[in-house]
Write a protein that binds this ligand. Structure first.
Ligand SMILES: Cc1cc2nc3c(=O)[nH]c(=O)nc-3n(C[C@H](O)[C@H](O)[C@H](O)COP(=O)(O)OP(=O)(O)OC[C@H]3O[C@@H](n4cnc5c(N)ncnc54)[C@H](O)[C@@H]3O)c2cc1C
Length: 389
């Protein structure tokens, strides 16, 4: 049995980036995923502009591989209110990449392996091992053979996404309204798609869409959980046609990937580090509120940088928790305010009308959600007031 410096659970952006950074620093890292890559993930597949800088910092050919995958480039976001009124905000000189998660996640997973991490796919983590109160490893089960194994490590990194087993076993998981679920599809030749991400808010849910290269558009319909419980899963194209800015833009015959469902969201962990030590959480395993602002991949990558910095310095794990609070507190608040506001159609109408008349404010808000400027630039009382009055 090998004793690892780190066992990383989940090879999505959070896990692969953490494994890459630790392995490059000389750590003996095991990266586990229950899926086999390339694996898909329901997502709008937009990397906020600040993520581009992180890809550069990750090195290992990641930024070059993303560029070589011919991603779409988005220069801002368009938000359409239930009435059809619209506003556009731009990232200024910056842009964001958008590409299929099958491609993006495989690039990161390969880079982690090249950096020296040992990667095992088709291996599900089923439990945590404890030594007194400290986590000291994981129990795994191999898909197919069903073989169980224990892997011991100085630290277990829970990067296992929204339904994180690691967070659940640590007993940290919390949920809150608004509880929403998403249905994500890839559709070719959608009419009117330009170099912008689009968010269409309806009276009952919203749609995010944008180009991801090669004439394909990623489309995610997000609905309140209670509506889906009451009426069952939606007929995607009928539901899209009810949004004024989307009617008539889709040919159902051009669906190029089956619809993937995910949720409910608004789930986070009370703490990102285990009380007794030996484990920490990154990415969606640590927190995921709502996809409206499209900051999940950025948070996963930036969280990986913070986690790796803490582990490599040998500092106590609580310094990682503090670093996350410093880094993300403003983003968390902005994300929650927007996600809650989106549930109030009258408020959205008002904000969209206001921002359509104030392109400077629209650019500021979109740049903050793209992590190009700090969230606190929007959270000032004067700016919040001007967004609505
Ligand atoms: C509808 C929707 C749209 C979104 N749009 C955007 C967007 O446009 N831009 C953006 O930045 N973010 C977006 N997000 C958020 C983004 O998808 C996530 O924040 C991001 O995937 C988080 O990365 P992660 O590595 O933490 O988790 P994941 O990408 O979910 O990876 C977790 C990995 O862990 C593995 N795993 C899970 N359990 C186990 C286990 N027990 N054992 C072993 N392996 C396990 C899984 O197989 C998976 O590979 C969206 C989310 C949704 C739902």
């Amino acid at each position: 049995m090998t004793h690892w410096d780190a066992v990383v659970v989940g090879a999505g952006p959070a896990g692969s980036a953490t494994a890459l950074l630790l392995a490059r620093a000389g750590a003996h890292v095991l990266l586990l995923d229950r899926a086999r890559f390339p694996r898909d993930k329901p997502c709008s597949e937009y990397l906020s502009p600040e993520s581009t800088r992180i890809l550069g910092r990750l090195g290992g050919g990641v930024a070059e591989a993303v560029e070589a995958a011919a991603p779409a480039r988005l220069h801002g976001m368009k938000v359409v209110a239930p009435s059809g009124a619209a506003m556009v905000g731009r990232f200024g000189e910056r842009f964001s990449y958008a590409l299929p998660r099958t491609t993006f996640d495989t690039i990161l997973r390969r880079a982690a392996e090249r950096a020296g991490a040992v990667v095992r796919e088709g291996v599900k983590v089923e439990d945590l091992l404890y030594q007194r109160r400290a986590v000291e490893g994981v129990v795994t089960r191999e898909a197919g053979s069903g073989k169980r194994e224990t892997c011991r490590a100085r630290v277990v990194v829970g990067a296992d996404g929204l339904r994180s087993l690691v967070a659940r076993r640590l007993g940290f998981v919390r949920t809150s309204p608004p509880r929403r679920v998403a249905f994500a599809a890839h559709v070719a030749d959608v009419a009117g798609v330009v170099d912008l991400g689009e968010m269409h808010v309806g009276r009952n849910g919203y749609v995010g869409l944008g180009p991801i290269g090669d004439g394909v558009t990623t489309v995610a319909l997000v609905l309140p959980l209670r509506a889906v419980r009451r009426h069952g899963p939606p007929r995607l194209f009928e539901a899209l046609d009810r949004f004024p800015g989307l009617a008539g833009r889709f040919d159902p015959g051009r669906l190029v990937r089956p619809v993937l469902a995910t949720g409910p969201f608004a789930q986070w962990s009370r703490r990102p580090v285990a009380d007794g030590g030996g484990a920490l959480l990154v990415g969606d395993a640590a927190d995921f509120f709502d996809p409206f602002t499209g900051q999940g991949i950025y948070s996963a990558l930036r969280g990986a940088e913070l986690a790796a910095a803490c582990l490599m310095s040998g500092a106590p794990l609580r310094t990682y928790a503090r670093a996350r609070r410093r880094e993300f507190a403003g983003k968390w608040l902005l994300e929650r305010l927007i996600a809650l506001g989106v549930g109030w159609p009258a408020l959205v109408e008002r904000a969209v009308a206001r921002l359509a008349r104030r392109p400077d404010l629209a650019d500021l808000l979109v740049s903050a959600t793209g992590n190009c400027v700090p969230a606190r630039a929007v959270l000032r009382p004067g700016v919040l007031t001007r967004l609505l009055w």
